[in-house]
Ligand binder design. Structure first.
Ligand SMILES: CC(C)=CCC/C(C)=C/CC/C(C)=C/CC/C(C)=C/COP(=O)(O)OP(=O)(O)O
Length: 384
């Protein structure tokens, strides 16, 4: 896989040297200015490489894979239709995908409805990815989370390797195994999501935004990178593949930042603070203020800044949605608009995210759906 990336980046020259130059020489990753400083604040404190630059390597790798596989024919499912005991691989696979659809319908209703607009092939591939992410998340967040160990995560990663090599462990894995054999999905974002779970086992504080950015990439940005190869980029899109992947990554980051801001109180009750410590200090705040849970002016000002940054990531993401295949745009717009409104809800709660859960009411939710549909109908945008 690395060979593909290096070939694309540097067909003839010194690939390693070229790679380390990309973020600094090009304008990617974009340096987001946030209150006059880079949004990824410790890029300055850490002269080596910022998280944003490291994550961008994964974007390039995934984009290279898509370019390589564009035009390559998908595997012909019919060929697998050899019957054993009255059941064919095709029957089993269909059942596996149906089960993935049921899980998606149960846990992510709006998103599931949106996927129904996609082609049947794409829709079930998205379900298979969703289910794997959900199962991964449940290892550390589910009912058995207290028993989870780094070794269990290693075993989960071994299963991942196996399913990417066509050796699924169970039915749900079989659906994903089929999906990754048909779409140009790279294994790295999946491995990185497991890495995020490992991080969650040992880390409960983030010194600066650079550290938090990496965490958000692991647990949510990865989902964006996994989804685009399946959702597909519109054939008429004039944007670069890399910029669409960047937008997908930004949507994952924006969603996760929003999730963090919504759940400050809940996380604090579990002893966790997913907020940059240096930024808290800059506003005269500390962990104690969070555990105390008082909405003060300092807290409001801090929150205004955090919300502003999350919106910046949503803005970047929005530029990429129109570049997706037309049938994939609606579910993405719908989930983007709904999640973005959680930030408005935090404001409406006067920044009390300690004891009041910010949520988007049914009326607003339904009102967003036609808006999302309208945006999805608009064609691909300008070059980005
Ligand atoms: C923008 C472009 C070009 C493509 C879209 C690419 C996609 C689908 C990006 C979305 C990434 C995504 C869904 C990340 C997960 C983010 C997240 C914080 C999910 C929260 O999940 P739950 O914890 O179940 O949420 P609730 O707690 O709100 O129910």
């Amino acid at each position: 896989m690395a060979g593909v990336l290096l070939w694309v980046v540097c067909p003839k020259g010194n690939a390693t040297a070229m790679l380390s130059l990309i973020p600094r020489s090009g304008n990617k990753p974009k340096k987001r200015s946030f209150n006059g400083v880079s949004a990824v604040s410790s890029a300055v404190a850490n002269p080596a490489r910022s998280s944003e630059e490291r994550v961008y390597d994964v974007v390039l790798k995934q984009a290279a894979l898509v370019k390589e596989q564009r035009g390559r024919k998908a595997l012909d499912l019919e060929k697998r239709d050899e019957k054993t005991d009255g059941f064919s691989a095709w029957d089993v696979l269909n059942e596996a995908y149906d089960r993935c659809g049921e899980v998606c319908a149960e846990y992510a209703k709006t998103f599931y409805l949106g996927t129904l607009l996609m082609t049947p092939e794409r829709r079930r591939a998205v379900w298979a990815i969703y289910v794997w992410c959900r199962r991964t998340d449940e290892l550390v967040d589910g009912p058995n989370a207290s028993h989870i160990t780094p070794r269990a995560l290693d075993r989960w990663e071994k299963r991942l390797d196996d399913l990417f090599e066509g050796r699924p462990y169970d039915m749900l894995d079989a659906a994903l195994s089929d999906t990754v054999s048909k779409y140009p999905v790279d294994i790295q974002p999946f491995k990185d999501m497991i890495e995020g779970m490992r991080l969650d086992l040992v880390k409960s504080r983030y010194m600066n935004f650079d550290e938090l950015y990496l965490y958000c990439y692991y647990v949510a940005g990865t989902v964006g990178l996994m989804s685009v190869p399946v959702m597909g980029i519109a054939p008429e899109s004039k944007s670069s593949v890399e910029s669409v992947y960047n937008a997908a990554l930004d949507l994952g980051i924006a969603n996760q930042l929003t999730n963090i801001l919504r759940d400050v109180g809940e996380d604090a009750r579990r002893g966790r603070v997913y907020l940059p410590q240096d930024e808290l200090a800059r506003f005269g705040l500390s962990d104690d203020d969070i555990f105390r849970g008082q909405v003060t002016d300092r807290w409001r000002n801090f929150m205004k800044d955090q919300i502003k940054r999350a919106r910046m990531f949503f803005d970047e993401a929005e530029k990429g949605v129109s570049e997706l295949n037309s049938a994939s745009r609606w579910p993405v717009w719908a989930s983007l608009l709904l999640y973005r409104q959680i930030l408005d809800a935090i404001e409406e709660n006067d920044y009390n995210n300690f004891s009041k859960r910010a949520y988007v009411g049914k009326v607003k939710k339904f009102a967003s759906l036609p808006v999302a549909y309208g945006r999805a109908l608009m064609g691909t945008s300008k070059l980005i």
